[in-house]
Design a protein around this ligand. Structure first.
Ligand SMILES: Cc1ncc(COP(=O)(O)O)c(C=O)c1O
Length: 357
């Protein structure tokens, strides 16, 4: 039997989480964010699970092509838009909508306006200072889009920098600035990512753009996924490939960073940083062995981790080890590793077998 290091992908959970999005934002259309291989869950399979979405949103034309190849015929949005004329051509042939956030993209639109037949999403920088037109340019850019043949249907959008933290007043300031920038302009509005739609309900507007919460992960600093009623879509698992008795004073793994305080069983499980498990993981990071918690000890290697099995004297080679997902919230694992859950799910490598449930 092949190496049992698997990412179990639960498509029902993704559909269920889309249902949660709808009940949290009942008056908004949902643009499901599926960039970065659907946050590591497999873009083609997630596209088919999200057939009920109004729109799928991706970062690149390559990702948009995968959506189309998987049979998605619905609305498709390029969140960064084309950055050159080749990408512009791909966008047109994929029948995708685009975000316009920069003067160079306006130039492309000016040159090719007769070819556009989809809505344009005008991105306004309200404080994130990453992508978007400055507030002062908005009336002029909007007026130009209204005049460009094919580009008259304009969605007004912005993106939040700190919406995961309900106590941070930056989100309110961004919303106020957006209101000033768009006062008197017509068109649907899209502001909220997952954190925005949960923490700031009045940011929901015409379209919400959830990503992380579709995959069952809390977007908020002070709320768990179960507080929001989300179900994890990825469970990362492997098996014990050795159970060894170590003696008091023995050290474990590279760098001899863990010293056994007594004679104790050490489990070796078949996952490492070569699979996307975080290398900078402290002693004590929780994993589940046969569904019960056990602490990781020693450094993570490329293919293996080592586990203190003192509370699991029954554990044997072949037993299941869960790294995150069902029974072990990824938010806790990420925080222990000094990371965010986004990094963990996007970082699972091709060596890990995806098993769709
Ligand atoms: C413009 C935009 N909207 C929405 C999202 C979705 O964000 P989240 O996964 O936090 O819901 C992203 C993701 O980075 C984004 O870049």
């Amino acid at each position: 039997m092949s190496r049992q290091t698997i990412a179990r992908i639960n498509l029902d959970a993704i559909q269920y989480n889309l249902g949660r999005v709808r009940s949290i934002a009942p008056n908004s259309s949902v643009a499901c964010v599926v960039k970065a291989d659907a946050y590591g869950h497999g873009l083609a399979r997630v596209c088919s699970a999200l057939r009920a979405a109004e729109l799928l949103a991706v970062a690149t034309t390559g990702e948009a092509a995968v959506c189309r190849e998987s049979g998605w015929m619905g609305r498709l949005l390029l969140l960064e838009g084309p950055s050159n004329s080749a990408e512009f051509d791909e966008m047109i042939s994929l029948n995708a909508e685009t975000v316009v956030h920069h003067e160079t993209q306006l130039d492309l639109l000016r040159q090719r306006h007769g070819q556009i037949n989809q809505a344009i999403w005008l991105k306004i920088d309200t404080g994130m200072h990453r992508l978007g037109f400055p507030v002062s340019d908005v009336p002029e850019v909007y007026a130009e889009l209204q005049k460009l043949k094919g580009a008259e249907r304009t969605v007004l959008m912005s993106h939040f920098a700190c919406a995961d933290d309900v106590s941070n007043d930056m989100t309110r300031r961004q919303m106020e600035l957006f209101e000033q920038a768009t006062s008197g302009l017509q068109g649907p509005v899209s502001l909220a990512n997952s954190a925005g739609m949960v923490n700031f309900r009045d940011s929901q507007r015409d379209y919400v753009r959830p990503g992380i919460m579709l995959y069952g992960i809390s977007p908020c600093k002070r709320k768990t996924a179960s507080d929001i009623g989300l179900r994890p879509a990825m469970t990362l698992q492997c098996e014990l490939i050795a159970v060894n008795q170590a003696r008091k004073g023995d050290t474990v793994g590279y760098g001899a960073s863990y010293t056994c305080p007594e004679t104790m069983p050490i489990g070796v499980a078949a996952i490492g940083y070569g699979d996307g498990y975080p290398r900078h993981t402290p002693n004590g990071m929780p994993v589940l062995v046969n569904g019960r918690r056990a602490p990781l000890v020693g450094h993570v290697s490329m293919d293996m981790i080592t586990i203190d099995l003192r509370g699991h004297t029954e554990a044997r080679v072949g037993d299941k080890v869960t790294l995150w997902g069902e029974g072990l919230p990824i938010e806790e694992v990420a925080s222990c590793a000094g990371m965010i859950p986004y990094q963990l799910i996007c970082g699972v490598t091709a060596r890990v077998t995806a098993r769709v449930e």
